[in-house]
Design a protein around this ligand. Structure first.
Ligand code: SF4
Length: 514
């Protein structure tokens, strides 16, 4: 059994009865919608036409929202309906990042994820979804796609139908008869929102711009009504990326340096470096919890883990890293740790720090609604950033902690190398190559030339790379005289990393998926 919808655009009259019925049936609060009627206009007066598109969750056969959910709050039923359980939701909004269709919102009353659930409570007692029953033109057809006697099965068999973003591989089960290209593909209309019809988000293209020639009517297309596009993750997420890079990078730097004999084990480096790492791990945890819409449910990730989610795997990696590195730090302060035990602790801590540093790349990979985050370079990039922050952190504490010159020199050289590598990956990897999709290319354009350009070029590149590299290279002659420039370089690199992460996290979320 596979429940799905066919939306017949040749019959839809844009009356919004379906959205209204859904609201009252499911008690959907003001300001959000589980289904809505997107309106797209073509042409210019008097040669105009208007298309309506009923827009909602596609009840995908391969739902990325289900895979990414860390607690199993979003799940797929045996009958194909993608359902949610608000009692399990922690409000992490990962499902909103994973859905390539903007189908999910946070319910402002429960602070948990919600969306079309096919009126499962009605279907279970033999009734049709509320939107189907209320539609005056029978433009919404619901039913079992696998039942050869059903109307939906026959329509899917004989009509030419379209779905939204088939290239995502999610296998949507909402099919459109006479689907409109501009309505199905939000990025087909390239301009930013400028005007509103019913007070909702609107995009325009093709209206007459003063001083520019009027374009041909058939090329003009504008979305005059849509809704739902929200930005789920804000500043705590880029901030968490920075604090996590510092926490994990310190231990990666120390373990690598001790293992390869670049510098001897130094209690001071462990005391102050380890302490800073612990503080940054705590800050990472606080930022992660603060970004949840239901922070009091944070422990659900541990108590009800959904293991396919990289949010769950990442949480366990962070816990393991914090426990082992924190335990090692404590042991060094209160015990005489034998060399063998120290080696064993280093062997365990290094890989855990690496895992905690790069797991976010795989989490972003599961966020299938954000094409720019699908970069295969991301694990390597996060590793470089962590090492960069680890070297930088040691330079910051070098003076106050009185660290040995070999260790300071290793940190200085490490920071020079990782800054150069990071700049190379950013300029020639992430942003120097053609992107796989128009959506990713548009987000990258916003970072390089659009609303994030200032923070990218001045914050991430100049302040975050050029200035620290210049400071480190100029001050390389003497260790004692290089402590202040080294610490300054590390601070600039940290601010630059935040500027980069902020642009990288925000820009893809600003591209609408509906
Ligand atoms: Fe629905 Fe989006 Fe999940 Fe697909 S990914 S099932 S459209 S919420």
């Amino acid at each position: 059994m596979r429940y799905g919808f066919v939306i017949d655009n040749t019959r839809c009259i844009g009356c919004h009865a379906c959205s209204t019925a859904c609201k009252s049936e499911n008690e959907v609060p003001i300001g959000v919608a589980r289904t809505w009627v997107k309106t797209v206009e073509h042409g210019a007066y008097p040669d105009v036409s208007r298309t309506f598109q009923v827009t909602r969750c596609n009840h995908c056969e391969n739902p990325p929202c289900v895979t990414i959910c860390p607690t199993g709050a979003m799940f797929q039923r045996p009958d194909g309906i993608v359902e949610f359980d608000k009692a399990k939701c922690i409000g992490c909004k990962a499902c909103m990042q994973a859905c390539p269709y903007d189908a999910i919102h946070i319910d402002p009353q429960t602070k948990t994820a919600a969306k079309c659930h096919y009126c499962a409570h009605r279907v279970e007692v033999g009734m049709e979804p509320a939107c189907v029953v209320v539609c005056p033109t029978e433009a919404i057809i619901a039913g079992d796609l696998d039942d050869p006697r059903s109307k939906i099965n026959q329509l899917v068999s004989i009509r030419r139908l379209t779905v939204r973003k088939p290239e995502q591989g999610t296998k949507p089960k909402v099919f459109y008869i006479d689907g409109d290209h501009a309505a199905l593909h939000p990025t087909a209309i390239p301009e930013r929102p400028k005007q509103a019809m019913f007070g909702e988000v609107v995009t325009e293209q093709g209206t007459t711009v003063p001083g520019k020639p009027r374009r041909m009517a058939e090329q003009m297309v504008q979305t005059t009504y849509t809704m739902q596009h929200k930005i789920p993750w804000h500043w705590p997420v880029p901030a968490y990326l920075v604090t996590k890079a510092i926490a994990t990078g310190i231990f990666m730097f120390l373990v690598l340096g001790w293992s390869f004999g670049l510098f001897a084990f130094e209690p001071n480096a462990m005391l102050w470096g380890g302490l800073l790492s612990i503080v940054m791990t705590l800050a990472t945890t606080v930022l992660l919890i603060a970004d949840l819409d239901r922070p009091e449910r944070f422990l659900f990730i541990v108590m009800r883990p959904q293991w396919r989610s990289w949010l769950t795997r990442g949480a366990f990696l962070l816990i393991a890293f914090a426990s082992v590195s924190g335990g090692w730090w404590l042991a060094e302060q209160v015990l005489e740790v034998p060399e063998l035990a120290r080696t064993a602790l280093a062997i365990v801590t290094g890989p855990l720090a690496l895992g905690a540093a790069i797991y976010t790349a795989f989490l972003f990979g599961q966020a299938e609604g954000r094409d720019l985050w699908q970069s295969p370079l991301l694990p390597l990039h996060l590793l470089i950033q962590a090492l960069m922050m680890g070297c930088g952190a040691m330079l910051v504490i070098a003076g106050p902690a009185g660290l040995a010159p070999e260790l300071v020199e290793a940190a200085r050289i490490g920071l020079v190398i990782t800054l150069a590598l990071d700049a190379f990956v950013v300029l020639f990897g992430e942003f120097g190559v053609p992107h796989a999709s128009e959506v990713a290319a548009r987000a990258a354009r916003e970072i390089r030339k659009g609303r994030h350009a200032r923070s990218f070029w001045w914050g991430a590149i100049v302040l975050g790379h050029v200035l620290p590299l210049a400071l480190l290279l100029i001050s390389s002659s003497s260790i004692s005289s290089s402590l202040v420039p080294g610490a300054l370089a590390a601070l600039f690199a940290t601010i630059g990393l935040y500027a980069y992460e902020h642009a990288f996290v925000m820009a893809p979320q600003e591209i609408p998926n509906s």
